[in-house]
Design a protein around this ligand. Structure first.
Ligand SMILES: NC(=O)c1ccc[n+]([C@@H]2O[C@H](COP(=O)([O-])OP(=O)(O)OC[C@H]3O[C@@H](n4cnc5c(N)ncnc54)[C@H](OP(=O)(O)O)[C@@H]3O)[C@@H](O)[C@H]2O)c1
Length: 134
């Protein structure tokens, strides 16, 4: 990925580094962007809305890392080409999934998406969906 983005809620909850820590590959870290209607702190580039991604002129591949509001905003804007869903065996939290539209049944009923890969990763499962017509 050339760039990676999280929303203000994720910055406040996690303060993520979003960098590459593999020895020798540190220089391959993606540009770090923050989706916010406000200002971005030092070390972050600010995106005012998903529709403003033209501002990322050096990035061909953007990873939308979350949280749920941010993911939903990019999905609603029709700007997602590929979904990489890492599912654990159990849901955590008492309020159900943060993005019910990404539940397996919802995705298989949605003609926007084609399932292209599915593989176990330890106890988790990676599911890949591509936008139809890509
Ligand atoms: N499991 C995972 O893979 C994963 C990944 C990432 C985060 N998380 C978790 O998700 C939680 C945070 O998620 P969240 O949904 O509450 O918040 P979020 O998506 O991280 O951030 C929400 C904020 O993003 C900005 N934003 C959202 N849509 C926007 C739009 N269309 N235009 C401009 N700005 C927009 C707004 O910031 P302003 O209010 O500043 O305008 C909004 O308050 C945290 O607990 C974090 O740990 C989990």
């Amino acid at each position: 990925m050339d760039a990676i983005i999280v929303g203000r809620g994720t910055l406040e909850a996690d303060n993520p580094r979003l960098d590459v820590r593999l020895p020798g590959l540190e220089a391959r870290s993606p540009e770090r962007w923050l989706l916010t209607s406000g200002a971005a702190p030092e070390g972050w580039r600010r995106l005012a809305s998903p529709e403003a991604i033209g501002a990322m002129d050096a990035a061909q591949y953007l990873m939308v890392e979350g949280g749920a509001q941010t993911a939903r905003a990019f999905l609603a804007a029709g700007l997602v080409d590929r979904l990489l869903l890492y599912r654990a065996l159990h849901e955590v939290g008492g309020e159900g999934p943060a993005l019910p539209e990404l539940a397996e049944a919802a995705l298989s009923a949605d003609l926007t998406w084609n399932a292209t890969d599915r593989r176990p990763l330890g106890n988790d499962t990676l599911e890949v969906y591509e936008r139809s017509g890509n």
